[in-house]
Design a protein around this ligand. Structure first.
Ligand SMILES: *Cc1c(COP(=O)(O)O)cnc(C)c1O
Length: 391
């Protein structure tokens, strides 16, 4: 691995030039690749020599993206997928078998929760959720058939932070495959592999694209595990389109400067509103009031682009507030150039029971803000005005 900085790797790693000597990588929109001879075809299929065969297996654009992200995540190898969920599903389905058990942190992305509770049980793969606040008791949740530990940190939308050093050691002690969904932090803010994660999975749709254009996912990790995942993805076909891989590879070049601004804007909003009388509380990993502020500082470069504001007055107030926004977009995505607000209790997390929501910290008045790249004063002004008018 090279020892260049994140920004340099993200910009300078590139697939080898074609014979056109282009400076910016072309898009290889091709389903298959040709062989110079029957013998070359045989050797490539036998994996005796490297080379592209078919875009379901690999394509120069997906390889380019994988190489960049691996360099900055500190992982050996990877696979790019058509969406983040294809990455979450692929990393679990390829490494588990009937009878295995997954231990997971309770606050998971909605579709990941559906995989664990509705999809995998059909194939005899079960799971248990552990509370982050009760981490001392996780030993008791490990069963003889537990094979995988799956976590997200910071969590969505509770912004709970899991101690990566602790979880890395825990996984090792129990001989579990540790999978970390690193979508919220991105490799710019934290590199779970450094703390012992075996697999780092991403929804590249969020900050890696960062402009709300394409879906994509990544499964990254140790070569021996990636080999197994690769067998699964090659033959089940969740391959990313060369065009989307090309977009995401270009986006990697600006991830560092975009994350700097996302995080600065999120911190500005969180600091401005932390004592506001219309709010129960404001949660942001780099605010002193965050219960795991010190831990967040230890393992993250900045606090991330997501802030939660819990409004007084419950669901009705939160909905009135949303309807008063003039600039900030109301949509279910996050990690876009444009600031986005979501009300989890009535949308993304509406299928959970009230008790389940309480347990993961989703109060009725909680609003999730994904701070965009606008000027922070304009983001603050829009929120302040909507707070006033929704009283
Ligand atoms: C969005 C998201 C996913 C799923 O990614 P898609 O690209 O939408 O399939 C998984 N995990 C987290 C944390 C996410 O935010």
């Amino acid at each position: 691995m090279s020892n260049k900085h994140f920004e340099t790797e993200a910009v300078r790693i590139a697939s080898s030039k074609s014979n056109q000597r282009e400076h910016s990588a072309p898009i290889y929109m091709t389903s298959s690749f040709t062989f110079d001879s029957a013998e070359e075809a045989r050797q490539m299929f036998a994996e005796e020599i490297p080379g592209n065969i078919y875009s379901r297996y690999a394509n120069p654009n997906s390889s380019d993206l994988i190489e960049k992200v691996c360099a900055v995540e500190g992982t050996e190898d990877g696979i790019a997928t058509a969406s983040g969920m294809a990455a979450m599903f692929g990393s679990m389905a390829s490494l588990l078998e009937q009878g295995d058990h997954i231990l997971a942190s309770r606050s998971l992305f909605g579709s990941t929760h559906q995989l664990l509770t509705r999809v995998f049980p059909k194939w005899g793969i079960t799971s248990t959720y552990g509370d982050i606040s009760d981490i001392e008791n996780w030993d008791k949740l490990v069963k003889p058939n537990t094979k995988m530990l799956f976590i997200e940190t910071p969590s969505n939308p509770g912004l709970e932070v899991i101690d990566l050093e602790w979880i890395g050691k825990f996984a090792k002690a129990h001989n579990l495959i540790l999978v970390v969904d690193n979508c919220f932090a991105t490799p710019y803010l934290q590199q779970p592999a450094k703390w012992g994660a075996d697999i780092v999975a991403h929804s590249a749709t969020k900050y890696i694209d960062g402009q709300g254009r394409v879906l994509g996912g990544l499964i990254l990790g140790k070569q021996e595990l990636i080999k197994e995942v690769q067998f699964f993805t090659r033959h089940t076909g969740p391959s990313i389109s060369p065009f989307n891989a090309w977009i995401l590879s270009r986006s990697m070049e600006t991830l560092a400067i975009r994350m700097e601004r996302h995080c600065a804007n999120a911190l500005a909003v969180a600091s401005y509103f932390q004592d506001n009388k219309e709010l129960e509380f404001v949660k942001y990993p780099f605010l002193k009031s965050h219960p795991q502020h010190d831990l967040a500082k230890k393992q993250m470069k900045h606090g991330g682009g997501i802030v939660t504001l819990t409004l007084k007055g419950g669901i009705e107030r939160a909905q009135r507030f949303i309807d008063e926004l003039q600039m900030i977009t109301v949509t279910a995505n996050l990690g876009d150039t444009r600031s986005i607000i979501t009300h989890p209790a009535s949308t993304t997390h509406s299928k959970l029971t009230e008790e389940e929501r309480q347990r993961v910290g989703i109060l009725p008045g909680l609003i999730r803000l994904s701070a965009g790249l606008e000027h922070h004063d304009d983001i603050i002004a829009d929120i302040e005005r909507a707070l006033e008018r929704s009283k």
